[in-house]
Design a protein around this ligand. Structure first.
Ligand code: ADP
Length: 689
């Protein structure tokens, strides 16, 4: 049942009746001990007027609370306010009858009885209100009208009753002394007030947010009932005390509603402020994260992060430290005054000291941000000198995967120290930053590894090329009989050597093309030299080139060419390399005697299909075979010599010619179909009538 704000309420709950006692007891005591009192005729109208005013404001606040919050917690108070305002108004109107000599006996009794009625009814209503919990209201207007009517009914009935009873209940004599009836009402008023307080203390609580005011009001009503017990006559000190205590109960109710209102406004302002700063935090965080995410190099990412962090928390200097074995290296620093930093220098973790604490070491070991004042860097600053005149510092560990990856130090030269809100502001950003910095680093490492690899491929290929061409030349001379007649067994050996040299040559060519393709990617991928070609010609030439190998491995190559030209726009050399690779693979990855079909067609685009009845490729390898150096692990078939580069470069070359190379169909044991689609020439000339 504890509502939000109960912790604050916990304080005010006990404070409210305590304050009421502290105010009320001296008033009660002064009523007891004061010797005489003047007859102040304005006193009652003033008390009545104040009470009416209090209740009108209380009613307005109660209704506003109900309407704004859509909650019924303040409605009982609003009803009490209406009822008592009417009773006080009744008291005010008939009061002249209270003044000896002004009114008749009826009004004299009625006004005294109405006052007693207020003292009896108010604690009863307050006790009920104290136990009434808050709950959502669906029809606010209807509830407010019903509340007002109920209050008006109670108040009106009390006034009417007081008038109707008239002289039949004698509570005050014509000379202003009180009869026993007052004591009875005094005791009767004590009962509901004490009961309400006890039930509340026992834990049957209504809405704690309104309880403060109600408890204070009930305390005043208890004290007021005591004054009634001790009351002897009008215009006595106790009589004044009695009226003041009665009025104070209503002031307490008003104060309670005002505090509720102030609490609501405060909470609203706080939540609006928190929402605004959270939104602002998110905005800055996202902006920086976005700016960093589009960067792939480390330095700009770190720079952007530091600049963003400095802006976000209004710092003057930001330094990024990267953890390395044995300490940290100063990676980057931005300073609004342009002061330098020891970029690239390595320090031990305990070298940054603020007061007595080693802040960087602490941030790394606790994985928590450290807020500190000025700091020194041992070996850079002297005992009396602070680092770069920084007055306040924040040392923020940047975490990745639960580990501290880097540390960001932010410093302010102005008066304001960093707060927890500043830490909050940077925490999320720090997590994203650590990830982005790491990614950028990995990317840079991968890029340099890739550059190193293609450099190596290039170098190796060039180094192999020269001796290979010498070997090829001599083998050909030997085979031609240029160095004398060659016997049949020698010829066979020479054929094997020639074949291996050709394979080696092919692989070296692949290495060279792959290396070139990679550096072309970095240089912006030139499109090659496209021209309009007839695919039939390229295929015929490729098949001719492979005739020797086909007869060697016992392969049949069937060519299926249309009668009319199939024109494509492509680089002739590239297309030739692709078809060579496809034919080679079709023969290599088939058990002899293999059959290879090459089809040229002008479908939606000009294309070349190379089909075999070879070992086929499992579905999960269909895309992987196009990766660099990837070769299918087939223990049954064995590992024919190859580099795993053929399809990789073929696909890249096809793409560079504006076409594509796909594995159209393949399954283990059922052969494969590779299709090379190329771009049609701009005029669509391949579609011959
Ligand atoms: P390489 O032939 O030098 O290994 P490729 O890039 O040309 O490199 O081919 C990659 C892998 O794809 C080959 O190792 C082979 O496992 C598989 N492959 C390529 N073509 C075929 C084919 N026609 N039939 C079966 N497997 C093939």
């Amino acid at each position: 049942m504890e509502a939000p704000g109960a912790s604050r309420g916990g304080f005010s709950l006990w404070a409210a009746p305590a304050v009421a006692l502290a105010i009320g007891l001296p008033i009660l005591a002064s009523g007891l001990v004061a010797q005489s009192a003047p007859q102040l005729l304005w006193f009652i109208p003033l008390c009545d007027g104040l009470a009416i005013g209090c209740m009108l404001v209380t009613f307005t606040l109660g209704v506003l609370d109900a309407a704004l919050r859509g909650d019924r917690r303040s409605l009982p108070i609003a009803a009490i306010a209406v009822a008592t305002a009417i009773m006080w108004a009744g008291h005010f109107i008939i009061f002249p009858g209270d003044v000896p000599g002004l009114g008749g006996s009826t009004l004299n009794q009625a006004t005294a009885n109405l006052f007693l009625g207020i003292n009896l009814l108010t604690p009863i209503m307050l006790s009920i209100a104290l136990l009434q919990g808050g709950s959502p209201l669906s029809h606010v207007t209807r509830a407010v009208i019903l509340t007002t009517l109920a209050g008006a009914l109670i108040g009106g009935a009390a006034v009417a009753l007081a008038l109707a009873i008239g002289t039949s209940l004698q509570s005050v004599s014509s000379n202003g002394t009180f009869f026993d009836a007052d004591r009875v009402v005094g005791v009767a008023g004590l009962v509901p007030a004490l009961l309400g307080i006890f039930v509340f203390l026992a834990g049957r609580r209504g809405d704690v947010r309104i309880a403060g005011g109600v408890l204070a009001a009930l305390t005043f009503m208890v004290l007021n009932s005591v004054t009634l017990l001790l009351l002897v006559g009008r215009y006595t000190p106790m009589w004044y005390a009695d009226h003041v205590l009665a009025l104070l109960a209503f002031l307490a109710l008003l104060a309670g509603q005002l505090m509720l209102y102030a609490g609501s406004v405060g909470a609203e302002r706080r939540s609006a402020g928190a929402a605004a700063s959270a939104a602002e935090r998110r905005r800055i965080g996202l902006e920086i994260a976005h700016a960093m995410a589009v960067q792939v190099e480390v330095d700009p990412v770190v720079e952007r992060l530091l600049a963003g962090a400095i802006e976000a928390v209004d710092a003057d200097r930001g330094t990024m430290l990267r953890l390395v074995p044995g300490g940290f290296v100063v990676e980057h620093s931005i300073d609004k005054e342009g002061r330098s930093a020891q970029i690239g220098r390595i320090f031990s973790l305990d070298s940054v000291v603020a007061g007595a604490s080693k802040v960087v070491e602490l941030a790394v070991s606790t994985k928590r941000a450290q807020l500190a004042g000025p700091y020194r860097v041992i070996s850079l600053d002297t005992e009396i000198e602070d680092h770069a005149d920084i007055r306040h510092s924040m040392v923020m560990p940047l975490m990745r995967g639960g580990e501290v990856d880097a540390v960001m130090i932010l410093g302010r030269r102005h008066r304001d120290a960093f707060t927890d809100a500043d830490v909050d502001q940077l925490r999320d950003l720090g997590a994203i930053a650590a990830l982005l910095i790491r990614n950028a680093r990995l990317l840079t490492a991968a890029e340099s590894a890739s550059i190193a690899k293609s450099n190596f491929m290039n170098l190796a290929a060039h180094e192999l090329r020269t001796p290979l061409s010498v070997i090829n030349g001599y083998v050909n001379l030997l085979a031609d009989g240029s160095f004398g007649a060659v016997s049949e067994p020698q010829q066979k050996t020479l054929d094997v050597v020639r074949n291996k040299a050709r394979e080696l040559n092919e692989q070296v060519e692949h290495l060279l093309i792959a290396a070139r393709l990679e550096s072309a990617m970095e240089d912006g991928d030139p499109a090659g030299t496209p021209s309009v070609v007839d695919l039939r010609d390229i295929v015929r030439e490729a098949v001719d080139r492979h005739a020797g190998r086909a007869s060697l491995v016992g392969a049949t190559v069937v060519v299926d060419l249309p009668s009319s030209p199939v024109r494509a726009s492509a680089d002739v050399r590239n297309v030739a390399i692709i078809i060579d690779n496809l034919l080679n693979n079709a023969m290599t990855y088939s058990n002899p005697p293999s059959e290879v079909r090459v089809q040229v067609a002008a479908e939606d685009r000009p294309l070349v299909r190379v089909m075999d009845r070879g070992i086929g490729i499992a579905a999960d390898q269909h895309e992987r075979i196009f990766e660099q150096f990837y070769r299918v692990d087939n223990t049954l078939f064995g590992y024919p010599s190859g580099t795993g580069l053929g399809l990789f470069i073929s696909r890249r070359l096809a793409a560079r010619s504006g076409g594509e190379l796909v594995l159209e169909r393949s399954a283990p044991g059922e052969g494969s179909t590779f299709t090379l689609r190329l771009a049609a020439p701009a005029d669509g000339a391949q579609r011959q009538a």
